[in-house]
Structure formats: C-alpha cells, structure tokens
Write a protein that binds this ligand. Structure first.
Ligand code: SF4
Length: 116
C-alpha cells in the first residue's frame, strides 16, 4: 500500500522531518497500524503549502491510498480539520505522524476516504 506524509509548511523551515520519518521507519505511533504489512511504501513527503491541487493530483497518480498529516499540523494549523476533509475526498486520512494518538490540542482526525 502506498502512503504519503504531508507536514506543516512553516515547520518545514526548521524541521527536517526526523520525527515523522523515524515513526514511519520504526512503524511506531501513527504507523504502528501497518505493523507486519510488508508492501508499505512511503511515496511522498511534502508540505501543505503551494499548489495543493497539483500535489493531490500527483499523489493520486502515484497510487497513494492513505495520507498522514503531521503532528505539527494537528498541533498548530487552525485549518487542520479543513485540510483533512479536503484530502478525505481522495484518500483515507490519518491526522498525526509521531507522538500520542491523542494530542494535547484536541481530537485526532482519522477519516476514511469519502465514497462518491
Ligand atoms: S510532525 Fe514533527 S518531525 Fe514531522 S514535520 Fe512536524 S515537527 Fe517535524
């Protein structure tokens, strides 16, 4: 299964994504759900700035099924839910990457892809 990670644009100015990538490669935190799944591929790691429509089109072309929104989006982006709902039109969405499933700033969003 192919997945993508989308992180917070502003945070990318100073973060190299180590927490997200470590959680992915160790299959911990939000990626623990894939334990034992040998076909898992991380095919995109990008931020939520710029042309999101273009990015979504690229993710679809790559066959992404699940998008993980970073824990920093969950914590700091006032549009967290809006972004998650938009992405859920195309993908299943897991609203965090590393750390606890339930963050200190409210409920973590986990959406299945909206069936049309
Ligand atoms: S979730 Fe953590 S590691 Fe990932 S981009 Fe945000 S601050 Fe960096």
């Amino acid at each position: 299964m192919k997945i993508a990670i989308i992180v917070r644009e502003e945070t990318m100015m100073r973060c190299s994504g180590g927490g997200c990538l470590n959680a992915f490669f160790q299959r911990i935190d939000s990626f623990a759900r894939y334990a034992g799944q040998n076909d898992l591929e991380l095919v995109a790691f990008t931020h939520n700035g710029g042309d999101m429509e273009k990015k979504i089109a690229t993710l679809l072309k790559k066959g992404v099924e699940v998008v993980h929104l970073s824990s920093c989006i969950r914590k700091k982006d006032p549009n967290y839910e809006l972004i998650a709902r938009k992405l859920a039109e195309y993908f299943s969405v897991v609203g965090y990457t590393h750390g606890e499933e339930h963050g200190d700033t409210g409920q973590t969003i986990i959406f299945d892809k909206v069936e049309k």
